[in-house]
Design a protein around this ligand. Structure first.
Ligand code: COA
Length: 335
């Protein structure tokens, strides 16, 4: 077996990795996501501004059998790194995962990082016994937090949604203006959405790991929008602006991928601490779901992940009808 750095211009290799990732996800996720080859290639080639990616492939007899992506933020959280590791199910238990993990850990350490974080998805009830968790524990990782993956069956009943919308509208009063935007918020809201998004990592519970705020700029946001357009993803964003100050008090994003015809991803949701208590979380989420129903009525579910120690967000999701489908263990290795 050889471990080689991924050449992101190598179409043949990336197409073969699409097969590896698809087969790995088919056995390791409760609701695997479909991705077209084209979508996969574009995603594998994209690096978010301010974050460096190093990727390695395990090759056996000339064909890739696994890969690891190492993400190194370069403007904030400089002590940390993230990895994503997948081994083709037919090639598991042959040391491939260990060799790739070793590569990523060494690269992270060489880059001066002191922590590597990764996610292990497990079906409900397997938290203490799952093979992928065993793999990570054996390599010296510890569980730092647990997120619960939930799915909301679509369409949401219109009357139920209307009930949430009117209760939220009552709690918001005239203090806030609620708007919904497709494929990016208008220029005047971009800085506010970046500010809110940057503090999400601070405010959402994340177990025993402390994070610094992120540093997305308006320019980065625009780079992300261009990438989403390029991969055929539609993003729906609901924003609540505090009328008196003009501050973006709350936002939430939904992403509608092109490759999977059924699923929609819930991305970040944040209500600024000084504006909590006005049901803004429910207001933005319900407004976004209403718009989603108009825009993509054929979609079957929305998938979201929340730390199990985040009762506020979980409560909103439960009220909307989200149901638990699996768990994601955040595993941390320190060096
Ligand atoms: C986790 C994963 C990367 C392991 O890849 P792999 O190539 O099978 O790993 P290795 O062969 O190097 O396994 C090393 C050790 O991990 C443990 N392990 C791996 N699979 C296991 C299983 N099914 N049951 C119990 N222990 C297991 C064993 O201790 C194994 O050593 P051994 O075979 O000598 O007993 C792979 O199963 C995978 O792609 N899973 C889905 C994605 C994922 O969870 N990634 C995050 C990993 S941190």
């Amino acid at each position: 077996m050889d471990i080689i750095p991924l050449d992101r211009d190598d179409d043949v290799m990336l197409k073969a990795l699409h097969g590896v990732a698809t087969r790995s996800e088919a056995v390791s996720r409760v609701q695997p996501i479909q991705r077209t080859e084209e979508e996969f290639l574009k995603m594998a080639r994209f690096s978010f501004p301010g974050e460096r990616e190093e990727t390695a492939v395990a090759v056996v007899d000339g064909a890739p059998v696994g890969w690891v992506r190492l993400f190194l933020p370069e403007r904030d959280n400089l002590d940390k790194s993230w990895s994503q590791l997948e081994v083709d199910p037919e090639h598991r238990r042959q040391g491939v995962g260990s060799a790739l993990a070793e590569w990523a850990e060494q690269r992270a350490e060489t880059a001066g990082r002191h922590m590597l974080l990764t996610e292990v998805f497990v079906p409900v009830g397997d938290r203490e016994s799952h093979a992928d968790r065993e793999f990570a524990l054996k390599r010296g990782y510890a569980v730092s937090s647990v997120e619960i993956v939930r799915s909301l069956p679509l369409p949401v009943d219109s009357d139920v949604l209307a009930g949430h919308e009117s209760r939220a509208a009552e709690a918001m009063g005239d203090l806030f203006e609620l708007t919904v935007h497709v494929d990016g918020v208008p220029d005047e809201l971009r800085q506010g959405v970046c500010d809110a998004s940057n503090r999400l990592i601070l405010d959402a519970p994340t177990g025993d790991v402390e994070f610094e705020p992120e540093s997305m700029t308006v320019e980065d946001y625009e780079t992300l929008l261009a990438h989403l357009r390029d991969t055929g993803r539609t993003m729906v964003t609901a924003v609540a602006v505090h009328r008196e100050t003009g501050v973006v008090a709350a936002y939430t994003d939904l992403a509608v991928p092109s490759g999977d015809p059924d699923v929609v991803f819930q991305w970040g949701t944040l209500v600024l601490p000084e504006h909590r208590g006005h049901r803004l979380g429910m207001a933005v989420k319900a407004a976004n779901l209403r718009e989603l129903g108009r825009l993509a009525p054929e979609r079957r579910s929305v998938q979201t992940m929340n730390d199990e120690q985040n009762p506020w967000m979980v409560r909103i999701n439960q009220d909307l009808g989200f149901e638990i489908i699996e768990e994601a263990l955040t595993m941390r290795k320190a060096f």
